[in-house]
Design a protein around this ligand. Structure first.
Ligand SMILES: [Zn+2]
Ligand SMILES: [Zn+2]
Length: 267
């Protein structure tokens, strides 16, 4: 009934075997536009023109720098007649940030299209038209200059996904966890120091143990993918916690029961 794809699952450094993290809900709603966005969509045969809602968590490059490529691809390849709707949800200042990015990256090619191609929304909560979802945005704990946020996404069946954005442990995430069926954590750093702006394996472990009945999905991983001998090894985490690999997905049904589809089982 509902599905979330994790085409990329790496942090800013694209660890061995991973591309940058993004989440794609029912093939229509995309959270963040990382630089490796287009290769990810190509690999799984997903057209940019089918994505009708873009939700941004914050302004770090690994979450935003794919945006000019996304617009360029739609304009010149997938939606040349500008027939497909695109709605963008972001914090105040985000439109200017992304517009500058487009003008820097492809000067002269996109500047007249910024308003034509997309509807820009700074609203903090809304229903996503043409989908079964609504969201509420909430602040998280990450580099303050990036205006970091997460999204509580509610399906019409009441199934709730908490996408915590790029963050360290914080009150707002703890508070919202009780409502959620699935919690997506971005585990950006290993246990090699004090990183209040990132979940580390130790933080994830503490979180998982406090919430043993929740399904926790770890993405934006600093560790290499499994079967890779280079880079950071995958840490051990509790059983309710799944460290996603590129191409993994979850599906859920009307009773709220969730299935994790490993990339190897993809059709
Ligand atoms: Zn990041
Ligand atoms: Zn970040």
């Amino acid at each position: 009934m509902g599905r979330i794809d994790f085409l990329g699952t790496g942090n800013a450094f694209t660890p061995f075997g991973r591309l940058h993290a993004l989440a794609l809900i029912d093939q229509k709603i995309m959270i963040d536009t990382p630089p490796s966005l287009i290769p990810q969509l190509r690999k799984y045969g997903i057209s940019t023109s089918k994505i009708s809602h873009l939700l941004f968590t914050h302004w770090h490059a690994d979450h935003t720098f794919g945006f000019p490529f996304f617009l360029l691809e739609r304009k010149y390849i997938s939606d040349t007649k500008n027939e497909q709707e695109l709605n963008i949800y972001l914090r105040p200042g985000g439109k200017e940030f992304l517009t500058n990015l487009c003008n820097m990256g492809f000067p002269g090619s996109l500047e007249n299209d910024i308003d034509k191609i997309a509807n820009w929304n700074e609203i903090e909560e809304t229903k996503l038209a043409g989908t079964d979802w609504e969201f509420e945005r909430f602040p998280v704990c990450h580099t303050p200059e990036t205006d970091p946020h997460g999204y509580e996404l509610k399906h019409k069946s009441k199934f709730t996904v908490l996408h915590c954005g790029d963050s360290g442990p914080c009150e707002e995430i703890e508070k919202r966890t009780g409502n959620a069926n699935v919690i997506i954590l971005e585990m950006g750093m290993p246990d090699i120091g004090d990183f209040p702006y990132h979940y580390t394996p130790k933080d994830v472990k503490d979180f998982s143990q406090r919430n043993p009945d929740k399904m926790i999905l770890v993405t934006h991983n600093y560790a290499s993918s499994k079967n890779n001998l280079e880079g950071f090894p995958i840490p051990d985490l509790p059983e309710n916690t799944h460290q996603l690999e590129d191409g993994d997905a979850i599906t859920f049904d009307e009773n709220g029961s969730v299935r994790l589809l490993k990339n190897s089982e993809r059709k």
